[in-house]
Write a protein that binds this ligand. Structure first.
Ligand SMILES: [Zn+2]
Length: 457
């Protein structure tokens, strides 16, 4: 799968790089050739939204386990979020601590997002110079006290600095007001928190819509690169289309769970499906697919967000506790090992070609993260990050397929299409699945993309 499309070809690798893409007749007899038969060879996937939680919460995940899961899922580059680790990545010192923690553990390559929180606006340019790929902020309480939502006044102080770096600001785009009001209403009426309908009603579309409208205003005033993470509501699409027409520098991601699941099908108590913003209706899901196809949504990211199973409250963790309550369960769906087959299953059902999917999960995320000179395409000069993808094989997802620290997933038991047979990182095979017998590289050789940026005036 090259940027020009799909064809029979030989990809020539020297050391860590792709040096040429040729037809078989052009390859000399001395070249060592591995024939992949009918498998598709696609560029390694790039995930711009990964929570690895290290240092500080390695009992949740970690560089070693998370990047193994990534390799098995066809991802060769992941970009780690600045929260749920300790300390949070909100200054250069914390960035260096994370680098230290990651060293020698990663099975695939990575980059690191910095965080924008109340009062750290003077840390942002130093973070950019030190090699952070960009910045993440929340507009609503993220669930952990160490990294809080930024308020409007502090956001106004932060964005001029971010604009100077030329790096993107990734925003969790929900505002607290509509959520607080909905929760108060639900509690006053004695709502059942084991019901998914209650959880969905507690995170209304308006929370996303008000946040995105506010962000587009800020983007218009300060011309920073705005990236809306994990868009869930299709009601925001007209606003985003208008912003694009106006020429605002805005990009948008959505996630596999919003493209695969539907609120109507989520059983009560099934907190493995809890994430924020929430999975909405089947009709909403179809509009998200349309928006990917028409380019309103640029890319797909996993939002791989793991936690210890007990935090999902699937069973009572103490006497008298009610299991399966959506208000008490941790929000987040781990998906590094499942994203590609989940998405390919949906693409096949909609006759969407593989080339489109590769754009959404590899080339477009590489571009958003500023890495497209190195990753996201099978072309001469690029890192030889490759995935042999068996597009016809189907399998029933079991915990053994997951590879991250805690093998839980809402998709266990589902029949999915598409199997990652091999993943190569910079020319070396790091994962192989031969009819179910799985091997990983002995030595983790993933390294960081730390691209120091220069500031504009
Ligand atoms: Zn996230």
């Amino acid at each position: 799968m090259t940027p020009e499309g799909e064809r029979d070809a030989v990809v020539l690798i020297e050391g860590e790089h792709i040096v040429a893409v040729k037809s078989a007749s052009e390859v000399s007899g001395e070249t060592h050739v591995e024939d992949l038969g009918e498998f598709a060879l696609i560029p390694g996937l790039v995930d711009v939204h990964t929570h690895l939680n290290e240092p500080g919460r390695t009992e949740w995940e970690g560089f070693a386990t998370g990047t193994r899961a990534a390799a098995a899922g066809g991802f060769t580059t992941v970009i780690d979020m600045p929260l749920n680790c300790l300390p949070e990545t909100t200054n250069v010192e914390a960035l260096e601590l994370k680098r230290e923690a990651a060293r020698g553990k990663a099975m695939v390559d990575y980059a690191l997002w910095g965080g924008a929180v109340d009062g750290n606006q003077h840390e942002l340019e130093p973070l950019a110079i030190a090699g952070a790929a960009g910045f993440k902020c929340f507009l609503i309480y993220p669930g952990c006290d160490g990294f809080r939502e930024i308020d409007r006044a502090n956001l106004e102080l932060a964005v001029p600095h971010i604009a100077r770096t030329g790096l993107p600001l990734l925003v969790h785009s929900e505002l607290g007001g509509p959520v607080d009001a909905a929760v108060a209403r639900l509690n006053a009426s004695g709502a059942d928190w084991r019901s998914y309908a209650t959880y969905l009603a507690s995170r209304p579309d308006e929370a996303e819509l008000e946040a995105i409208a506010m962000l587009l205003d800020l983007c218009r005033a300060h011309r920073f690169r705005l990236h809306i993470v994990h868009l869930s509501t299709a009601k925001a699409l007209p606003m985003i289309r208008a912003a694009r027409k106006e020429g605002l520098p805005v990009t948008v991601e959505t996630c596999p769970h919003y493209l695969h699941c539907a609120a109507e099908k989520i059983p009560d108590g099934a907190t493995l499906f809890k994430c924020a913003p929430p999975i909405r209706s089947a009709e909403n899901r179809e509009q998200l697919w349309q928006a990917l196809l028409d380019g309103t949504i640029d890319l797909i990211a996993t939002d791989h967000s793991p936690c210890p199973p007990a935090m999902k409250r699937l069973s009572a963790t103490s006497p008298g506790e009610e299991a399966g309550r959506f208000d008490e369960a941790w929000g987040g769906i781990p998906s590094l090992s499942t994203a590609l087959p989940v998405l390919w299953t949906e693409c096949v059902a909609r006759t969407i070609p593989l080339a489109k999917l590769v754009g959404w999960v590899s080339s477009k995320p590489a571009k958003m993260a500023g890495l497209s000179a190195h990753v996201g395409a099978i072309a001469p000069g690029m890192h030889a990050n490759l995935v042999a993808f068996d597009i016809n094989a189907t399998f029933t997802l079991a915990p053994a397929h997951l590879h991250y620290r805690h093998p839980i997933s809402p998709y266990v038991g589902e029949t999915l299409r598409g199997v990652v047979r091999s993943t190569w990182l910079r020319g070396e095979r790091v994962y192989e699945n031969q009819n179910g017998a799985v091997t990983f590289a002995d030595t983790p050789r993933g390294r960081e993309y730390a691209l120091s940026c220069s500031l504009s005036r």
